[in-house]
Design a protein around this ligand. Structure first.
Ligand code: CDP
Length: 796
């Protein structure tokens, strides 16, 4: 009889184990960068530009130097003497560390003061006198390419205009031919507004250079510590083995903590110059105004349709606004990230996408905010376009999607832009969602309500998205191939430590990686500790963003566990005095095939690895695995939302939200649900209330939490989640697909579609997010589309 352990009881795959990291978080015992104090530590503050575009005439820091307690004032000029005024970005551009010639966005870093405490440093920043000569300001791509527009990046040789790139993908000629065959052509134009990831903890660093050992240790808020180590080595020209990046607990990242920010570089230089630890902690407005924004992309597309509803082709053009520096962190090969993953869920023969990226006088944009390199924009446009096309055809929204889905037996499926999707049950997920929302009944209620002047709407968003870059053949960042790794050490008593190159920021890696080891080795999850974020101890990894941790680092954890099991099998054969071929495995135990009662536990094997190994075997039970995924993982999701819009005020309320997510095998169902709820909350916030934009002078409007609202439990509607559809990923070792960002990616279109649906028959095709009451009211009152593109009036 089997003596296998009960996987759920030991906290393996499928166990809704409570998050172990929460033990310290809910006690207020997390250890964030700002919690760390080092002996002799100084504090750094940054002086930022009040203007969006201006020539710097002079900087006079004399008064700042005179303030008691000030140790150092850094300016661009000083940085330039050390070749550090500019730094490379993750997209082969350059970015100013401290401005030398011009300021190019409001909030740009102009000078830094390092002092005994942050208050002295802040006062000293205010004592620095900067004379600016204002220049004309550009806040959108149209202005950027207009005749006579000032060249923002005149620091760059050969840059004659504000265009960063012109990029295209797909089959232009084939798409043109398909459009000639169309019965109906549906068009949609929209702006996905700038949004800010806005983690609760701002960015910060403590640089600690030790002259005696030549070692530089940096505690910092980074989602990708190994990449930062490489960047510091290259920018500061320090030997990589003398750099230790420690990313302690992180209070949310959402892509905001991937880039290298000037504050990090300045704190490092200051520590080297002063030979004392230097702490920089950004304040909220600094974070909101100057760190990486997301989205800000103008999408204009059309769909060629057959009268019966079959999609023949899609054409998309985008203008992407990258701000003053092109600093997106994304695979080198794809200038506009994975925007071309759009329409992967549908069987579309041919498509073409072009994108023109421009510089504007805004903080750098393009951060993949809870998103895999622009898939949020892709899926938003896709699902808004699907709704517009079904309406143009006079077809039912669900039926239009259903008839165009890639079918279950069509996998692997090549998308029109060249991706290979490998698995899914799209139709089944949609049916679960429709049943949960009671689709037919809601449509009846909607018609009835309309007769009485009430505006009810239903929005659907269905999508598959690519999670888990890379494979290394196609995906690299600055030439560094995208893969990941895990390192597992099993101690002699059978307890273990697993380390990965990922870096969680609240996703629960410390809980779920242990569950994977537990599933593979039968060691109870409580006996496994997980560590991430220290480049001196963790194996190399590309970091955590783009929901890539489970697809890549999680796979590496499974693979290293299997290496350990292979060695443990040899130890078991030795202990049982049989040949390895006669040994079978069941969870937690090896046994003799012909005598199942005779077995040894994984813990006994661990002890033998240190005390009773066979002759010639290397002692110990530890290993490392590097994992280069063969493909991305392709989760599928259906989000259906019903709303009621008040025709008098434009205020809209969510009636019901249904989410059906198929992310393959769920390691920890409770954590997966948390991820979906968090993503839906952010989707709701983007659709409804997060207003951050720019006026004609480049002032960042809404850079405070009164305008840029973060929904609390009070504002957030309830969510009904469904988990009954599970399509294991065919190439992931445990069948898991990523989930972290799905709801934030697919959710916004469902909310907007619901409001637009409520306004059906009023001639309203689009309202740009956020769908603030005044915008919805304007659409209802004047029967017209409402744009949210900048510039806005400052008093908006
Ligand atoms: O890269 P990131 O951690 O942000 O995203 P993810 O890989 O999608 O994982 C988010 C969290 O959900 C992690 O704790 C995962 O281990 C967990 N997860 C899961 O339990 N089952 C899945 N199929 C996918 C993720």
């Amino acid at each position: 009889m089997s003596q296998a352990l009960d996987e759920i009881k030991i906290g393996g795959l499928g166990a809704s184990r409570k998050r172990v990291e929460d033990n310290r978080f809910i006690r207020g015992k997390g250890n964030y960068t700002d919690d760390i104090t080092l002996p002799g530590m100084l504090h750094m503050e940054i002086l930022r530009s009040p203007l969006a575009h201006a020539r710097i005439v002079s900087i006079d820091a004399t008064k700042a130097w005179d303030i008691p307690g000030v140790h150092l004032v850094l300016t661009g000029e000083m940085m330039a003497t050390r070749n550090l005024a500019w730094m490379p970005t993750l997209s082969y551009d350059t970015q100013a560390v401290l401005a030398t010639d011009k300021v190019r966005f409001q909030g740009q870093e102009v000078a830094c003061v390092i002092a005994d405490d942050p208050y002295i440093a802040k006062d000293a920043c205010e004592a620095i006198e900067v004379e600016y000569e204002p220049l004309p300001v550009i806040v959108n791509p149209e202005q950027a390419v207009a005749e006579g527009a000032p060249v923002i990046r005149d620091d760059k040789e050969n840059q004659q205009d504000n265009v960063i790139f012109d990029w295209e993908v797909g089959d232009a000629a084939g798409t043109d031919r398909a459009f000639e065959q169309a019965d109906v052509i549906s068009r949609l134009k929209l702006h996905y507004p700038r949004s800010h990831p806005s983690p609760i903890e701002c960015c910060g660093s403590i640089a600690d250079f030790n002259r005696a050992t030549s070692k530089l240790t940096v505690y910092m808020t980074t989602q990708a510590p190994h990449i930062i180590r490489a960047a510091v080595a290259l920018v500061a020209e320090l030997p990589e083995h003398m750099i230790r990046i420690i990313s302690p607990d992180i209070g949310g990242g959402f892509g905001n903590k991937v880039p290298v920010y000037p504050g990090y570089v300045c704190s490092i230089l200051a520590s080297i110059l002063l030979e004392r630890p230097v702490k920089w902690i950004e304040d909220k407005s600094g974070n909101l105004i100057s760190t990486g924004f997301a989205r800000d992309i103008y999408l204009d597309g059309e769909m060629a349709l057959r009268r019966d509803g079959k999609i023949l082709a899609v054409r998309m053009h985008c203008d992407s606004d990258h701000g003053a520096f092109f600093s997106d962190a994304q695979p080198s090969k794809f200038k506009i990230g994975l925007l071309h993953s759009a329409f992967a869920a549908y069987d579309i023969p041919v498509a073409h996408l072009s994108d023109r990226g421009t510089y504007t006088n805004k903080a750098p944009g393009g951060v993949a905010y809870r998103c895999s390199f622009r898939v949020t924009e892709a899926m938003f446009f896709q699902e808004r376009m699907m709704q517009a096309a079904a309406d143009d055809l006079g077809m039912d929204q669900a039926e239009f999607r259903r008839m165009n889905f890639v079918r279950d037996d069509d996998f692997p499926h090549r998308t029109p832009f060249g991706f290979l999707t490998d698995s899914g049950q799209y139709g089944k997920c949609l049916e679960v969602g429709l049943k949960a929302i009671d689709y037919e009944d809601f449509r009846r209620q909607q018609t009835e309500a309309r007769k009485r002047g009430r505006l009810l709407g239903l929005g659907i968003s269905t999508m598959t998205e690519p999670l888990g870059a890379g494979n290394s053949r196609e995906y690299d960042i600055l030439g560094i191939k995208m893969f990941d790794s895990a390192d597992l050490k099993v101690h002699m008593t059978g307890k273990a430590i697993v380390r990965t190159g990922a870096r969680g920021q609240g996703q629960g890696h410390e809980t779920t990686w242990a569950q994977i080891v537990s599933h593979e080795l039968g060691i109870p999850a409580d006996d496994i500790v997980v560590e991430e974020g220290d480049t001196d101890t963790a194996p190399f990894g590309m970091g955590t963003y783009a929901s890539r941790s489970t697809p890549v680092a999680g796979a590496a954890v499974a693979m290293v566990s299997r290496k350990i099991r292979a060695k443990a099998r040899k130890l078991a054969a030795h202990l049982l005095e049989v040949s390895e071929e006669d040994v079978e495995w069941e969870l937690g135990r090896f046994y003799i095939r012909s005598a199942p009662d005779r077995g040894v536990t994984i813990q006994e094997c661990a002890m033998a690895a240190y005390s009773n190994m066979p002759d010639g075997m290397e002692p110990g039970l530890e290993n490392t695995a590097y994992y280069d995924p063969p493909n991305l993982t392709w989760p599928f999701a259906v989000y259906i939302i019903t709303v009621e819009v008040d025709p008098e005020t434009g205020v809209w309320d969510v009636l019901k939200t249904v989410a059906v997510d198929d992310c393959g095998v769920r390691i920890n169902p409770m954590i997966v649900e948390g991820q979906i709820m968090g993503g839906l909350t952010e989707a709701y916030a983007m659709a409804n209330m997060q207003f951050i934009t720019f006026d004609a002078d480049g002032n960042c409007v809404g850079s405070n939490y009164m305008d840029y609202l973060l929904p609390t439990a009070w504002e957030t509607p309830g969510f009904e989640l469904h988990s009954e559809v599970v399509t294991p990923c065919p190439h992931h070792p445990i069948g898991a697909k990523g989930i972290g960002e799905c709801a934030a990616v697919g959710g916004p279109a469902a909310f907007v579609n619901a409001v637009i649906d409520a306004l059906s028959g009023m001639g309203v095709r689009n309202i740009d997010m956020p769908l603030l009451p005044d915008r919805v009211w304007e659409a209802i009152t004047y029967h017209r589309d409402v744009s949210g593109a900048p510039p806005v009036r400052s008093d908006d």
